[in-house]
Structures are given as structure tokens and as C-alpha cells.
Design a protein around this ligand. Sequence first.
Ligand SMILES: *Cc1c(COP(=O)(O)O)cnc(C)c1O
Length: 373
Amino acid sequence: MDFIPVNEPLLNGNEKKYLYECIETGWISSEGPFVKEFEEKISSAFGRKYGIAVSSGTAALEVAVQALGIQKGDEVIMPAFTIISCAMAVTKLGAVPVLVDSDMHTWNMNVDEIEAKITPKTKAIMIVHLYGLPVEVDQILALAEKYRLKVIEDAAEMHGQTYKGRPCGSFGDISTFSFYSNKHITTGEGGMVVTDDEKLAQRCRMLRNLCFRKDIRYVHDEISDNYRLTNLQAAVGLAQLERLDEFVKRKREMGKYYTEQLSDIDGLIFPLEKTDYADNIYWVYGIVLDRQIQIDNKEIQKLLAEEGIGSRTFFWCMHEQPVYQQQGFFEGQQYPNAEYLARKGFYIPSGLALTAEQMKRVVEGMHRVMDRI
Ligand SMILES: *Cc1c(COP(=O)(O)O)cnc(C)c1O
């Protein structure tokens, strides 16, 4: 039987047609017209004035954090449990990530622990919505106002999600998206910074493109990277965006199906279907092993692979990253919930191309694996 990949994107809309147009017209670089169109459509879909397309979600975070003026010695509050892109955007500038433990219900950072972490050096809070449910945004915005902090929102996993009816990607000073192939909308690799602030948007455009000086090309007052998105990628993104509502609906159906079909298994914690302020969009379908289960997520991943089922472990905590330990970050710090999720959390196949037949096989495989342990 075929191996079921953990993620396969769905590319059967207008992707081919728009890509063909790129080839026919010769517009393949970032100068092509689809890039602007994609920026406009993404920013307006998610309630922002400006969109700046970049080469990845990681690049989007780097550009956003730098555009906000975060500098050496500044502190940025963020979850301990997230992808390294969040911390790296901060440490690359010589600034310091200040970590917050996770909430065991939503797997997002525990917003109640943020205020105690604010110091005179704190410049910003990074909101990172994880796995399908948004962070409790209003509480963070209130803190940001009280202490005059900037807010960066990493909405890489949140295309089409809302918080109290408002789109994720519309909160704080600046927000970022990823269009990696396992996100709700993909361009293969790609990302976007969105904001309502014209100056910030201009700054992001500079930072995306080597900081060319506006008056004289090839002359630079500052250094940055080449983070441009190509017209080919934007072509795919536009076709994907046309189907966002359908994709979100599909993900919700998949999430409900998995929870229904797996809930008779003891020892598993499933994603919350909803909170007071949002319904889960199941970026991926995550599962956390209960305390009674002795094995960890790496072993589950192996057992599932023997059943022909792809899976991934959850993120690894920032304070336990070897690279940051070598550099003396986070010494002696502990975040028990984040550590638990990193060791006991995993996700099962949840890409948009997954068929009903494949989902049934995943459910059966999960039952067999859990029976064995
Ligand atoms: C995927 C992801 C990123 C990074 O995006 P890339 O496009 O892979 O660089 C950043 N933050 C979160 C929360 C993500 O899920």
C-alpha cells in the first residue's frame, strides 16, 4: 500500500493556467504583475492596507522585526514553543527572545504570563498562532498599549482564521504569513508581510530587496538580503487564494472527522474544536499523548511509519535549542508545558489533497498503533 504523506497540497484550480501565463509572457521574476496582484489580494483578504511579498515565512518575520527597528539588546516576548524562525528573526539582530510557557488547552502561549516578563528593555511582543487556534489577542493588545510595545503577529498558520470575527493577520503593527507547501495557501515557498502603516510597508520593501537606495540604484546605505518572491510563485498563490474558503471548510471537516473517529482511543489529547473567540481551522491535525502514555512522539512517528502513515513531531522549544544553548541564551530556564508538547505532540496527515480513503487508513492505523502500546 502507498505511504500516506503527512502533507500533500491541492493544486487543481487555476495554478496551471496562471503559471502558463508567466511562461507565455516571459514574466517569471519578482518584477512580474502577479506579485503586485497577490500582495493586493492577500492584504485586502486579511484586512490590511499593504502587502509585501517575500520568499518565505521566515523571511517575512526577519523583514518585519527589522522594519520595526528592533536592535541589539532589545527584548521581544514570544512563546517558548514555536518554530525557530520567530527567535531567529530576533537573535539575528542581536536582540533577545524572552520566552513564555504554553497553554495546555490551545497549545498557544499562555497570555497570562506575559506581563511578568516585561522589563524596561522589552520592545515588542510576538504573537504566534499555532496549529489552528488563535492566541487571545485582545489581552496582548491591551498590554502593548499599556507598556507602549510593538506587536508582531505571526499568522503563518492562520490564513482564513478569525479572532472574534476579525481576520488573523490584521492585529498589531505588522503581521506575517508563510506560503510553504503545508499552509492553507501555498506558493511552494513564499511569504508575505502585511501592515496598515505606510512607512513600515516602505521599509519592508527596501529590506526585501537588498536595501537599494531609491534615488541611485546599486548604492546602499544599509545591508539586507534578497527576499523576493517570483511571479511564478505569485501565480500559484493567486490560484490558491481563490479557493481559501473551500480550503478552510475542508480542513474543518477533516478535523471533525479525525476527532470523531479517534476519540474512542484512550491516552490522546485532541485539538479543541473551538474556543470563546474562534473555531479551529486545523492547520495540521495535532495530537498530544496523555501523561499515562509512556512513549514519546518520536516513537509514535516510527510506529505510524510502519503502518505506512506519515507524521511529524511538534516544534522543539526555543530554550532547548542546542544552537541557543551554545550561545548562552535561556540558561537554566524551564517551560514545562512547552517541553511536554515538544516531546508528546505530533500531527497526522492533514494536507488538502488527502482523500477520504486515506483518512480512513490513518484512523485504522492510529487504532492499531495505540493498541500495541
Ligand atoms: C511555517 C511557519 C513559519 C515559517 O515559514 P517558512 O515559509 O517555512 O519560512 C513561521 N512561523 C510559523 C508559525 C510557521 O508555522
